[in-house]
Design a protein around this ligand. Sequence first.
Ligand code: C5P
Length: 221
Amino acid sequence: GRVVALIPAAGMGTRLGLPVPKAFVMLRERTLLQRSVSAALASGVVDQVVVIVPADLAAQIDAEYADRPEVTVTVGGAERSDSVRAGLAASGPDTELVLVHDAARALTPPALFADVVHALRDGARAVIPGLPVADTLKRVDTAETVLATPDRSELRAVGTPQGFTAELLRHAHSGGGDATDDAGLVEALGVPVQVVPGDPLAFKITTPFDLRMARLLLDES
Ligand code: C5P
């Protein structure tokens, strides 16, 4: 069956504080989105990439990928989940597996896409990359008073690409609803979500500090 990678790139990226939407910020001559699309295709496990962009950029990005039949461009929505739903609607009906990958995770190694697909082929219905957390995490109330210290050994920092059977992801998104990640919607259905080892290079570029880190990492290679 076909494997489709949805790449939501329709966010404004206000935390980055730049005039262009985050996915269109340049990282050494290529945008975050261009790097994410290339990584998905370079993995060798993805048949189609659906890029989900802000309405005012759709024509331009569509033209950019006009000579790439494996790349489809569609318009996103107000919340990340709306953008994922738009991507699902643009995926072919013969889609077996869906990966959802933030455009903002621009340095993700192609092998991570393959790891997630392999775990799905081994029988998992939902797979997410996760890393142990280095910091101790605290739960706080609105006054920043500490409520609890969860056991760090039980925690994982998770990212994307998150992989699902197409049927499960469509079902998880059918009730509308929002979640910071797609796995959260699947968990709410009571379906097991499997964590596979992540890669620190798949970090999400969110703040100006993250952008500096990404540029320094590229200078190194
Ligand atoms: O804002 P955040 O970093 O959580 O966004 C994660 C990814 O989801 C980004 O690649 C962003 O462009 C995308 N997104 C989207 N549509 C939205 C909000 C975020 O495609 N409405």
